[in-house]
Design a protein around this ligand. Structure first.
Ligand code: MN
Length: 216
């Protein structure tokens, strides 16, 4: 369970402290507890990284496969999510990532509009992502996943992500998901997104061995 890289109230007023406390200390912690519980009788899988578990469902016994997918996904996605935000976040990306966004979306504004729209339209609990295809020309795409699925499962490398489960915003924004998505840009961590963009070139085996350094 990674510690938050900032204080619970550091993202105020965009993300309130109480939401961060429940989201990190309770929701995320519960995914870790449930993943560990699912693996209790499977010592051979306990040394595997959460990403490996997520990307190798067929090597996980059927009886615990769903629990492992949901909770490993919850752990991986939330671990990335805390770093996708920063108290001094906001603004626009720079360098190679900025160039790629312009190339693939036309402009930063068009990318943001597409991300917001996808996040708002995502039905039920899920995530909205900026991800880079690991095939072809490595195009950047906006996509959504359901539950705690991760773009790596469809060969897209996550660059930036936002949580659109109600637990991410309901205390402060109630049903107004669009309002949450709009305010969230003020804390988006473009430095971390740029780091991920660089990491996206690495072979996927390195993700499995070392989700600490790269993705988590
Ligand atoms: Mn969440």
């Amino acid at each position: 369970m990674p510690a938050l890289p900032y204080a619970h109230d550091a993202l105020e007023p965009h993300i309130d402290a109480r939401t961060m406390m429940l989201h990190h200390d309770k929701h995320h912690a519960t995914y870790v507890e449930k993943l560990n519980a699912a693996l209790e009788k499977h010592p051979d899988l306990q040394d595997r990284s959460a990403i490996w578990l997520l990307l190798n469902p067929r090597k996980v016994p059927e009886a615990i496969r769903t629990a492992v997918a949901n909770n490993a996904g919850g752990h991986v996605n939330h671990s990335m999510f805390w770093r996708a935000m920063a108290p001094d976040g906001g603004g626009e990306p720079k360098g190679a990532l900025a160039d790629a966004i312009k190339r693939d979306f036309g402009s930063f504004a068009k990318f943001k509009a597409q991300f917001d729209e996808a996040g708002e339209k995502a039905f039920g609990s899920g995530w909205v992502w900026l991800a880079k295809a690991q095939h072809g020309a490595g195009k950047l795409e906006v996509l959504t996943t359901s539950g705690h699925a991760n773009p790596l499962e469809q060969a897209c490398f996550p660059i930036l992500l936002n949580d659109v489960w109600e637990h991410a915003y309901y205390l402060k924004h109630e049903n107004r998901r669009g309002e949450y998505l709009k305010g969230w840009w003020q804390v988006a961590n473009w430095q971390e997104a740029a780091r991920r963009f660089e990491s996206s070139e690495l072979p996927s085996e390195q993700l499995w061995e070392n989700d600490g350094g790269l993705v988590l």
